[in-house]
Each structure stands twice: as C-alpha cells, then as structure tokens.
Design a protein around this ligand. Sequence first.
Ligand SMILES: Cc1cc2nc3c(=O)[nH]c(=O)nc-3n(C[C@H](O)[C@H](O)[C@H](O)COP(=O)(O)OP(=O)(O)OC[C@H]3O[C@@H](n4cnc5c(N)ncnc54)[C@H](O)[C@@H]3O)c2cc1C
Length: 391
Amino acid sequence: MFNISKPGVSAARIAVIGGGVVGLSIAWRLGQQGLAVAVFEAGACGREASWAAAGMLAAQIETEPTEEGLLPLARESQRLWPDFAVELERATGIAVGFRDEGTMMVALTRDDAEKLRFTHDLHRRMDLPISWLSAAEVLAREPHLNPRLSGGLFSPLDGQVDNRLVAQALVAACRKAGCDIRENSPVDGVEIVDGRVTGLQLHRPDQDPIFHPADIVVMAAGAWSRGIKGLPARSRLPVRPVKGQMLALRMDPAAPLLRHVVWAPNCYLVPRRDGRLIVGATTEERGFDRTQTAGGMLALLDGAWRALPGIEELAVDEFWCGFRPGSRDDLPILGMSDTEGLILATGHHRNGILLTPITAQTIVAAIVSGRIPELIRPFALDRFQAAAVSA
Ligand SMILES: Cc1cc2nc3c(=O)[nH]c(=O)nc-3n(C[C@H](O)[C@H](O)[C@H](O)COP(=O)(O)OP(=O)(O)OC[C@H]3O[C@@H](n4cnc5c(N)ncnc54)[C@H](O)[C@@H]3O)c2cc1C
C-alpha cells in the first residue's frame, strides 16, 4: 500500500470532491492539522443528502440483520458525537441541535408487536442496550401517541442532531481552519498519470475543463460518486442514488407533541427544538428523479397520523426529497483505492450523519499515517472486486 507520508503529507495539496457532511468534516479535520485543503462542491455546500436527512443518530435501534457488520463503526461514531457537536459549536458558535433523549420504536397493532419482539430478539443477541416497554410505559413517555398502541422499544443511546445546522457549522469550521471552499465548482473528473492522482478536471460551461493540481483527492461526492470521470474501471464506485421524500410539520415549540425520536410502522418522527416535526421517509429506486409525489406525501402523513393523531392540527411546513448514497451492499466505501493518492469516503446510505465523526477521524488518520485504521478495513472498495472475481 502506498504511504502518503512520503515525501511528506504536510506539503501535499489535498482536494476534496463534494461539500456534504462527509467531505466537509474530512476537510475540517485536515485543516485543523494545518494541511492545505480545497473542497470542490458542484452547488452550495451541504444542500444535498446532508440537508435532506432527518439527522437521527440511530446506531442501535436501526440495526437490521444484514447490517451487523456496520455496528462497530456506527456505535463508535455515536460515541464520538457528543464531543464532535461541542467542538463544532465552540469553533463556530453554531449550536447543532444534538439531543440524547433516546429513541423509541412503537407497535400500533398486535401484529406490529410480534414483529417488534422479533427485532428485539436480534437486539438482545447483539447485546444492544434496548428495552421493551409496555403500552402504558410508552404512553407515559409520549402521551400524545395513539392510545391504542400495543408496546414499544426504548433505546437510550440513540438520539438526533440537526443535520442542516451541522452542515452549516462545518462550512464555517472549515473556513476558520483555513480550508479553501469552492462552491459552484463541479468536478468533471480525476486526472491520473501512471496509476497516481495528479489533480482534478474542473467543469466549465461551454469550455474545456480546467486542471487543478492535487497530490491527494478525497472522493466524497455522495450519490454522484459513480459519475466522476477518469477512474480506472476497477476503481469505479458502485454507488447509486436512493431517493427519500420527507416532510416537516410545525408544532408549538413550547408544547411539542413529541420529545423523543419515534419509529412507527410506516414512518419515523423526529421533533426538533424549533418546533419542526420531521416525518420520513420514502425509500425509492428512481435514479436522480426529484419529483415530489402525492403518493409519497400521503404515505408519510398516513403513517404519522396513525402513530400520532394530533398531527391533524399541524401546519405543513415543507416537503422535500434527497438522495442517499447507496452502495451495492448498502455499506460505506472507505479508505484507499488502487489508484495512489485517491481516497474514498462515500456510500454512507442512510447513516451518513451518524457516521460523520468516525469517517472524518479514520480517513484523516489514513491520510496522515498512510495506514488504514482497523475499524474501516471491512469497508474497502476491494470487497466488491473480490466478490466479482469469485462470482
Ligand atoms: C431522506 C433522507 C433521510 C436521511 N436520514 C438520515 C438520518 O436520519 N441519519 C443519518 O445518519 N443519515 C441519514 N440520511 C443519509 C445521509 O443524509 C447521507 O448518508 C449523508 O448526508 C451523505 O453525506 P455526503 O456528504 O456523502 O453526501 P451529500 O450530502 O449528498 O454530499 C455530496 C456532495 O457532493 C456534491 N457533488 C456531487 N457531484 C459533484 C461533482 N461532480 N463535483 C463537485 N461536487 C459534487 C453534491 O453537490 C453534494 O453536495 C438520510 C438521507 C436521506 C436522503
């Protein structure tokens, strides 16, 4: 494996493709170490998936049987979040809405309760600190939930952050740390000579691209990562957009209908301190289609109303959609590639906000030391190459 510390990472010119939470957090940490970093963002920073997300930090309760491999990385990132939030707030003066009241998952019918008990068995096998609540215990915590519900789970370690504020704070923190943030600067491709990165080709409308030299390029273009040109076939990233529609209702911040993040059978509900109640989200394989559909809104409102009937009275504040960067196995792609100088930080799918602190920490450690931290070894791109060879 190549070692970037030779001839010296301190003199390296680092370019990050993508100004979402992933690219920005890596740039911030590199800038804090006095390294020369430029972030190239096609539009405005933090306005794609990082803006569309619900901001749940759900390392434990969201665990699905196919995603057990993510658990150590997700739990470590969750452990880092409280300090990460404080550090961001101190650096920028922007409070990022970190909340740790815990998260509930509720069953509305007896069938739902059966399914939830099955999920809870999985949690127990993984030794996750999640407890079963009777209907009365759920309602004692959240009295506005449907009074006919049949039970629920409580995960004290899962919480939330306001992802839009996180992105805003990261831009400010990057600037303070001396990073060069270039918005409205789409990257056409990565320039590679003799298996080594030499820079980026920056897109210019109606003109030839312009070359920007770089010794290290961090690929953090989220759902668009596959479209960046110039990579050899073996480094092509198996990342696709997974569309999610979401809406926000407006509660009275002085008398919110909910305090915890709540997962109901067909939606989740995320109450913000400013009174917004986020209702999410659809999961759709529609490419980069930004259509916001009546069906999407109907499904979300129906799911939310069954769990929390009082939403009927609330104003609809906003309706939007975004693209989760989903890899072929829905796990992130992290670490070095076969191309010297090309670092990968993409494919965070539905957990990119949760995984931001650990992604920044491990990718920066890899860049500075030239060695891949143990925790991200399972997420190397070559897991897909190995699968292709054995198929
Ligand atoms: C509806 C929805 C709900 C979600 N809820 C949660 C949640 O509750 N918790 C959680 O942890 N995660 C959640 N996620 C997932 C999370 O939002 C993503 O995993 C995370 O934001 C990915 O960050 P990113 O920086 O990789 O991508 P993005 O934020 O999409 O950033 C990538 C950036 O790259 C830029 N870019 C693209 N192409 C180019 C180019 N050619 N040149 C330069 N720049 C380029 C884009 O403009 C974009 O700004 C949710 C996602 C969605 C869509």
